[in-house]
Ligand binder design. Structure first.
Ligand code: FAD
Length: 371
């Protein structure tokens, strides 16, 4: 498979890490991204030691850790604001910090710059209108009228993946869990050096993202999967924070800018069937989208990229690589999607009670294993 040409559909976390991993192995890579502005919304993301390990394998440790904020513990608070405990994160991987918070824009900058520096071609505002896999290669007609021929194609086009729908018309669709997440950025006060979690029926977290930035996330039941207009989002988030823990009241008052509120319904998806057909394979949220209760969604996409590039570099055919890739990723990703969803359903009262800290410990034990 030396020097094979690869089209990556989607320039998000999974697509860019795939491009970087494949360039490391000497593949020719073209990335197409449908968003002409290649924009990413402004709040943050939390990741653990296994993701820092995978980013190191991509040669990104310094850039990534330098752009984020590493932390060692989770402070647990009652809904009333009373501090209950400090849970030190176990050092499951001695060489790496246990946790990092990073703004999505900072992560995108690190990945985008490295992708371009690696020699991958990136085209924005472009999708794959049609493709035909004739067994020897894939001919792709792009939405801008151009066309290309590739040895293989990676669909890293996220939860609503068009590539998945084209490959597997009968594949399951993303399923709404009943919960949504509201997020907002604030300046980070110097004393906020760990993740602060307010437990209870409405989950509130404060997470450091950089020396200057932190963000709040708020998990709420959202029956009926409502859609919200941008106008009024700040008031809607404040309304869900009525009677906040006293220490958070001044922050709640600062949630005033509709444009800065990021609301997302929480969906899940896991493909139990094949992850590839012929010379086209899927990666990241396109096959396994998890709720964020354990972090790890983007982490799984990043690990997918490392593993897929390794398998492609050593296999004689794309199909052999795709089968080996799925075999290495399947159980880990399935466990994460199901464990994370079980916390979500427990919080909603529609599944058996789960102790978040215990499930998080199990997650760390699993993800610290080699990928
Ligand atoms: C509320 C929330 C909080 C989260 N928090 C965390 C967290 O703390 N930690 C964590 O690890 N994960 C978290 N995640 C999960 C994480 O965001 C995803 O797992 C991750 O973004 C998946 O990456 P991806 O590249 O597969 O998909 P995406 O990030 O969705 O990227 C897909 C890309 O493909 C592009 N695209 C789509 N269709 C096409 C097309 N037809 N042609 C070309 N381009 C296309 C899109 O524009 C996008 O750029 C969270 C998710 C949610 C919803």
């Amino acid at each position: 498979m030396d020097h094979a040409s690869v089209l990556v559909i989607g320039g998000g976390i999974g697509g860019l890490t795939a491009a970087i991993a494949l360039r490391q192995k000497g593949f020719e890579v073209e990335v197409i991204e449908k968003d002409p502005d290649w924009a990413v919304y402004g709040v943050g993301i939390l990741q653990q030691a296994n993701v820092i390990r995978a980013m190191s394998q991509l040669g990104l440790f310094e850039d990534y850790v330098g752009a984020g904020f590493c932390f060692d513990a989770v402070e647990i608070y009652a809904p009333t604001g009373q501090h209950l405990s400090t849970i030190q994160s176990p050092r499951v991987l001695a060489d790496y910090p246990p946790n990092i918070g990073i703004s999505r824009r900072a992560l995108h900058k690190v990945l985008g710059e490295r992708t371009l520096a690696s020699g991958a071609k990136v085209r924005l505002g472009v999708t794959a209108a049609q493709w035909q896999d004739d067994g020897d290669g894939v001919t792709v007609q792009f939405s801008d009228g151009s066309s290309g021929r590739f040895d293989l194609v990676i669909g890293a086009d996220g939860l609503s993946s068009q590539t998945r729908q084209q490959l597997f018309a009968d594949a399951p669709q993303p399923e709404f869990t009943g919960q949504g997440v509201w997020r907002y950025n604030f300046p980070r006060p110097p004393e906020l050096v760990n993740l602060h979690n307010y437990v209870g029926p409405r989950g509130i977290g404060l997470a450091p993202l950089s020396q200057t930035l932190m963000y709040m996330f708020l998990t709420t039941p959202e029956p009926g999967n409502p859609r919200f207009e941008r106008a009024g989002l700040a008031a809607a988030m404040r309304a869900r924070l009525a009677n906040p823990p006293p220490a958070l009241a001044p922050l709640v008052e600062q949630i005033t800018d509709d444009a800065e509120v990021v609301y997302r319904p929480l969906d899940w998806l896991f493909l139990t069937g094949d992850w590839h057909k012929g010379r086209v394979v899927l990666l990241g949220d396109a096959i396994h989208a998890t709720t964020p209760h354990l972090g790890q969604g983007a982490g799984m996409a990043i690990e997918d990229s490392v593993v897929l590039a390794e398998e492609l570099a050593r296999a004689a055919t794309p199909q052999a690589a795709f089968v080996a890739y799925r075999a290495r990723r399947f159980e880990r990703c399935r466990w994460l999607v199901e464990a994370s969803r079980s916390i979500c359903y427990s919080q909603l009262g529609i599944g058996p009670p789960q102790d978040h800290a215990t499930v998080a410990r199990d997650m760390l034990a699993l993800t610290s294993q080699a990928i």
